[in-house]
Design a protein around this ligand. Sequence first.
Ligand code: ATP
Length: 233
Amino acid sequence: MARSRFALFGDTSRRIAEADSVAVIGLGRFGSSLALELMASGTEVLGIDSDQELVQAHNGELTQVVRADSTKEESLRQLAVDEFDRVVVAIGDDVQASILTCSVLLGMKIPVIWAKAVSDRHALILEQLGVHHVINPEKDMGRRVAHLVRGAAMDYLEIEPGYSLAKIAAPASIQGVPLGQTTIRQQHGITVTAFRRPDSEWQNADNETVLADGDTAIIVGASDRVEAFAQLR
Ligand code: ATP
């Protein structure tokens, strides 16, 4: 429902808010990469940044890009940010601006707020405020890359602290026997959930699956068990 006190921007972003859409506040490297990825997957994006040059640089790349100070509630309301279901706060270095912005959004009762933190203290404050999802991209990526650098897994994702998923080359010890007849779960504490033969698609694994040399597998389990299993050759 259009309200006359809103500027043109407000009406346009209200239309975006009605679609499958996300408002991204802060268009630094993280925010812009996230916003562009959302656009690429068909999600409408309202991008907001206080830096005019960044706003101009992203003009035409996102559904709408606007210059505004996100710490000011009135500015966000004029852009109809209060009508979005999902908002990402991708402000990191200016911790005060990040906290103030999140506080304003929480006051607006935005159903789902994601916010980027640049330190553990920053993350703790955002969590204490009530931000629904707090992410620390540099820390998370650093941990993930550490596992890759160790060379054990081809890809690694810690789903929650202590529980992980890894993509590995199927080790010789589990090749040639149906998974149901191996003792992987009892002995190693992990489950093989999917596999891929060279040049074919991923398939779900079951008890009858027989892995062969050259197969790639997805395993899940406690992080230390996944790491240990990934080291097997
Ligand atoms: P990245 O590591 O993602 O590149 P960055 O170092 O470029 O981040 P950050 O401090 O994390 O910058 O902030 C991201 C963006 O948020 C910047 O482009 C900045 O202009 C914008 N920003 C900071 N404060 C505000 C604010 N109050 N309102 C709107 N945008 C803001």
